[in-house]
Design a protein around this ligand. Structure first.
Ligand SMILES: [Zn+2]
Length: 247
C-alpha cells in the first residue's frame, strides 16, 4: 500500500532536487550539480569547535589543535562538528527545511551529521535538541532541531530527551549584535527541568546551524551546571569565518 501511495505521490509531487529544481530519481535526493555545489567540511579542523583550517599542517587523527577563538575563550561545550559549511547553497537547504517543505531530506541530513561526528554519538547517552520558545514553536509548528534529533535517533538508537532543556524566554535575532550583547540575550534563556536526569551523562546538543555559538554555549552552561559530564554539539551547518582560521 505504501508503495502504491508513494508512486501516486511521485506523480503528483515529482521528486526534484531542492537546490536546482531538476527531476531526481526519488524524494530526498540531490542532483549532481546540487550535490557538487555544497561545501562539505573535513579535517584539518579545530579539535574543539570543528572550524576548518586552511593549512594542512594540523591534519592527521592525532592532531588536537584549537583555533584562535577557542584558545582565547574555550566554549562551554566540549566539541562541535557539522558536515556542511553555511553558505548561499546550504542556506537554501536550511531555509526550505525550516519552513516545512523539505522534510524528505532530513534522513540525508542526519546521515551527514552522523558521518561528521561518529565519536560523539558513540559516547552519547542521549540527544538533546536545542529548544524553541513555545511562542516560536506555535508559529512554526515544529522545531527543526527536534526533527534532526529524531532522525539521528532512528539511525543510532540513542534516545531524544526533548523535555530536559526548556527555553524560558524568546531570544531576539542575534544578527549584527556584539558578542557581549549576544551573551546578555542568552543569559537565563534556558533551564534544565530534570537535573538528576542529566547528571554524569554525556549529551549531544542538536541544532541546525552553528553561527556564533552563543545559543549552544548557553545550553551547555546550564547542562554542565546540572551535572552533565560532557556536552557535545552537532549541527547540520556551521558558519566558517576564514579570518578565524588563519592562525
Ligand atoms: Zn575552535
Amino acid at each position: 500500500m505504501d508503495r502504491i501511495w508513494n508512486g501516486l505521490a511521485d506523480l503528483v509531487w515529482p521528486p526534484v532536487c531542492p537546490l536546482t529544481g531538476a527531476r531526481v530519481a526519488g524524494h530526498g535526493l540531490l542532483s549532481q550539480p546540487g550535490w557538487s555545489a555544497l561545501t562539505f567540511l573535513d579535517d584539518p579542523c579545530c579539535h574543539t569547535c570543528g572550524l576548518p583550517f586552511a593549512y594542512p599542517g594540523a591534519s592527521g587523527s592525532e592532531a588536537r589543535h584549537a583555533c584562535a577563538p577557542c584558545l582565547a575563550k574555550p566554549p562551554r561545550y566540549d566539541g562541535a562538528r557539522a558536515p556542511l559549511a553555511y553558505d548561499d547553497v546550504s542556506r537554501g537547504l536550511v531555509l526550505g527545511f525550516k519552513h516545512g517543505s523539505r522534510h524528505e531530506l532530513i534522513d540525508r541530513f542526519a546521515n551527514w551529521m552522523e558521518l561528521a561526528a561518529p565519536d560523539y554519538l558513540a559516547q552519547a547517552d542521549a540527544l538533546i535538541p536545542v529548544p524553541l520558545h513555545w511562542r516560536r514553536l506555535l508559529a512554526r509548528r515544529y522545531n527543526q532541531s527536534a526533527l534532526l534529533a529524531r532522525a539521528l535517533s532512528r539511525r543510532t538508537g540513542l534516545p531524544v530527551w526533548a523535555d530536559v532543556l526548556l527555553r524560558r524566554k524568546p531570544t531576539p535575532s542575534q544578527a549584527g549584535q556584539s558578542a557581549g550583547a549576544r551573551r546578555r540575550n542568552m543569559a537565563g534563556a534556558f533551564r534544565v527541568t530534570e537535573p538528576q536526569r542529566v547528571a554524569g551523562k554525556t549529551l549531544v546538543l542538536i541544532d541546525d546551524v552553528l553561527t556564533t555559538g552563543a545559543t549552544a554555549n548557553a545550553c551547555a552552561r546550564q547542562l554542565k551546571r546540572a551535572g552533565a559530564k560532557t556536552v557535545y554539539l552537532m549541527t547540520l551547518c556551521r558558519v566558517v569565518r576564514t579570518s578565524d582560521a588563519t592562525i
